[in-house]
Design a protein around this ligand. Structure first.
Ligand SMILES: [Zn+2]
Length: 99
């Protein structure tokens, strides 16, 4: 049975609608009962490999768009590190036991 995804143009919510062959009812927004809906491409129709390919492609595009992505990540990591170090109490030497 095909499952279609819809986005409600009225309130913006997205929902899945199972299209039953017997019941020829139009999908209605569960949130606001609007019938002003936009049909989305459902992941149901895509095979897993196609979905993975699409995700990899999307990730690569995202990476290409942000050239300094890695630099930013490193800078953020170092910032966090410094930030944490600044707020940590100074490391105390292990207590020595006097004999
Ligand atoms: Zn709605």
């Amino acid at each position: 049975m095909p499952i279609y995804e819809y986005a409600c143009k009225a309130c913006g919510c997205q929902f899945e609608h199972l299209l039953l062959p017997a019941a020829k009812t139009d999908p209605v927004c569960p949130a606001c009962q609007s019938r002003d809906l936009e049909k989305l491409l459902s992941g149901f129709a895509l095979s897993t490999s196609e979905l993975t390919k699409a995700r990899v492609k999307a990730a690569r595009t995202q990476m290409a768009q942000s050239k300094d992505h890695k630099d930013k990540q490193i800078a953020e990591a170092e910032y966090v590190k410094h930030h944490v170090e600044d707020h940590l109490p100074p490391a105390e030497p292990p207590p020595r036991r006097l004999k």
